[in-house]
Ligand binder design. Structure first.
Ligand code: FUL
Length: 590
């Protein structure tokens, strides 16, 4: 057979144990032979396995994300690249405090936004002046990446790098070969001068509109640079080692396959193949039998769940960390659904992780320890509410359907069921008192290597008020009027009845609604409803599509007006249905 992808022998065979016949494994990716039938395809899918880098990555379970940079100082989620480097000036930056807190909370790796979309570099790069070297911080002599490296060494923490391909500051962005050279130079600096790097994160976001600069990225060159300089590092998101789960809300899929026909977007054929298969990175099913059978190629491309401890990715003093209950749910829906949890904890303007976040992290750690350290597998009769299942993924991911039965009053009864297991699956249920437990694999691709490894009396933290996660300053009032313009996006007006000072506005999209969202906009003000002038506002709700949380917009100059209009100029998703009640005006701070 003509197969791409390496083949290795099964460990069991190589060590002479148990299995009589060698099982061939395909490492990381495979191409089906021409004309392969569905039986062959499913059989081969069962023998696709991760490489060593991917296995080591999956073992980590918890990785910390640190969004820190220009946006921390401008109070935005996406900067537009015009920010003055002078604005970056943390007063007490202490990377020891970051790493110590994260270590105590059980993290094994930390990934820093060395450059976000605004292009500001947290290390003194030779590629642009738009960096810490031009900032007021430490007289331009500081290097956040170097500080973090030292702290990671001190506390035994692995380091990863987020380097945004989208760069709204670089003059050469859009001049594809020149920007690709610059990006490779930045990558080379980061992967050469800061010791061992274990994960490189290339964000997929690119908000350039139809008139924006179109950059043709040389993904394979970026990957080659990374493999050469840091062979142990995994390449995440716009990379082929680690896959974005598809949302920023902390939700792994109920059916989460690491074996998928979804083609990583670094390959030029990804769009055409994925479109033909009818899947993308956000599809609810990306590895079930029908899509495997329809495919020509498969990838071991495991899921990473990236989510922030606060509503936004960057620190905003109007936001608070999510409740412990929400954090517990995120843990169960990520680590408990065959994924690594990449949890963002954004340092504040001082350059410290805020106490509230440190406290929440420690509470989460204690909750995990309290609930998952006493394994009652041997004696579940005292009452259990959760089971943990694991597949030996070095031998592939195979289980397609299973249930867990408990022996209750002498009868085997199903207490939990599911589809995929993968590295780890946690299932929760109302308390039962079985005297014994068993896992039944009901459907599998070949011989399953799955086990029930734990039974726990897990208690969810009490439900508390998640709305505390966003506290917004005083509103002038509610009461916008919405004008639908036949077929076009609506325009939103507010009449304050008299001239008043307005400091900004807040847009809180309704995530349940599934309608379109306002992405770009213009704000106009008027004192008579006839003569209007444009208000100085950022013009964009950055990252609203991937992370539709409340966003606060501060107007550049304080505005005195009776009428305010918000005119959406670009939307994302479906037809815009934003209800006027989602927009509120902010009064100037007292
Ligand atoms: C997104 C970015 O646009 C956000 O700002 C954030 O960095 C998140 C992790 O990825 O795509």
């Amino acid at each position: 057979m003509n197969l791409s992808g390496l083949m290795i022998l099964s460990a069991a065979f190589a060590s002479g144990a148990m299995t009589a016949t060698a099982e061939e494994y395909y490492v990381k990716e495979l191409t089906f032979p021409a004309g392969a039938d569905s039986v062959t395809k499913i059989d081969m899918a069962s023998r696709l396995v991760p490489n060593e880098r991917q296995l080591a990555w999956q073992e980590r379970e918890l990785t910390a994300f640190l969004h820190f940079g220009m946006n921390t100082f401008t109070d935005r989620e996406w900067g537009d690249g015009t920010e003055s480097p002078e604005m970056f000036n943390p007063s007490e930056l202490d990377t020891d405090q970051w790493v110590r807190s994260l270590k105590d909370a059980g993290f094994k790796m930390v990934i820093l936004t060395a450059k976000h979309h605004d292009g500001f570099c947290l290390w003194p790069t030779a590629t642009t002046k738009h960096s810490v070297a031009s900032s007021a911080w430490r007289g331009g002599k500081g290097d956040v990446v170097a500080d973090l490296r030292k702290s990671c060494d001190k506390y035994g923490m692995k380091l990863g790098i987020y380097l945004s391909p989208w760069d709204r500051n670089a003059a050469c962005y859009g001049d594809s070969p020149r920007y690709n050279d610059m990006f490779v130079a930045q990558l080379t600096e980061l992967l050469t001068n800061y010791g061992k790097i274990d994960e490189v994160w290339f964000d997929g976001a690119c908000g350039e509109g139809p008139n924006g600069k179109k950059q043709e990225y040389d993904w394979l060159r970026f990957r080659e640079t990374m493999r050469r300089l840091q062979p142990d590092a995994v390449l995440a998101i716009t990379g082929d080692d680690v896959r974005w789960v598809g949302n920023e809300g902390g939700r792994g899929r109920e059916t989460e396959w690491s074996v998928t026909p979804l083609v990583p977007s670094i390959f030029s054929y990804s769009d055409s193949v994925n479109n033909a298969l009818g899947i993308d990175g956000m599809s609810p099913l990306i590895g079930e039998r029908s899509s495997v059978v329809a495919a020509d190629r498969l990838y071991w491309w495991p899921s990473e769940v990236d989510v922030s401890i606060r509503p936004g990715w960057f620190y905003h003093d109007t936001e608070q960390p999510h409740s412990l209950r929400r954090m517990a749910e995120i843990y169960l829906q990520s680590v408990g659904r065959n994924s690594v949890l990449l949890l963002n904890i954004p340092p504040d303007r001082r350059g410290l992780i805020a106490d509230a976040d440190v406290d929440r992290l420690m509470e989460l750690r204690r909750w995990i320890d309290d609930n998952f350290s006493e394994n009652k597998l041997k004696d579940p009769s005292c009452g259990i509410t959760a089971v943990v299942l694991e597949e030996e993924i070095a031998k592939g991911q195979r289980v397609e359907r299973f249930d867990v039965e408990g022996l209750i009053d002498g009868q085997w009864q199903a207490i939990a069921s599911g589809t995929t297991i993968g590295k780890k699956r946690i299932l929760t249920f109302d308390e039962v008192h079985p005297s014994d437990l068993r896992l039944n694999v009901l459907q599998s691709r070949g011989e399953p290597h799955a086990k029930l490894t734990g039974a726990y009396r897990m208690v969810m933290p009490a439900s508390d008020d998640e709305s505390a996660a966003v506290s917004l300053p005083t509103m002038v009032s509610d009461g916008w009027i919405q004008y639908a313009r036949g077929g076009e996006n609506p325009v939103y007006f507010y009449d304050m009845r008299s001239e008043q000072p307005v400091a900004g506005l807040v847009y809180t999209p309704d995530v349940e609604d599934n309608g379109g969202l306002i992405y770009r906009y213009v704000v106009m003000a008027s004192d008579n409803g006839i003569d209007w002038h444009k208000v100085d506002a950022p013009g964009e709700f950055g990252n609203i599509e991937a992370n539709p949380v409340a966003q606060r917009v501060a107007f550049g100059n304080s505005v005195m007006a009776r009428f305010i209009a918000l005119i959406p100029t670009e939307t994302v998703g479906q037809t815009l249905r934003a209800d006027a009640s989602q927009i509120r005006l902010l009064a100037p701070a007292k």
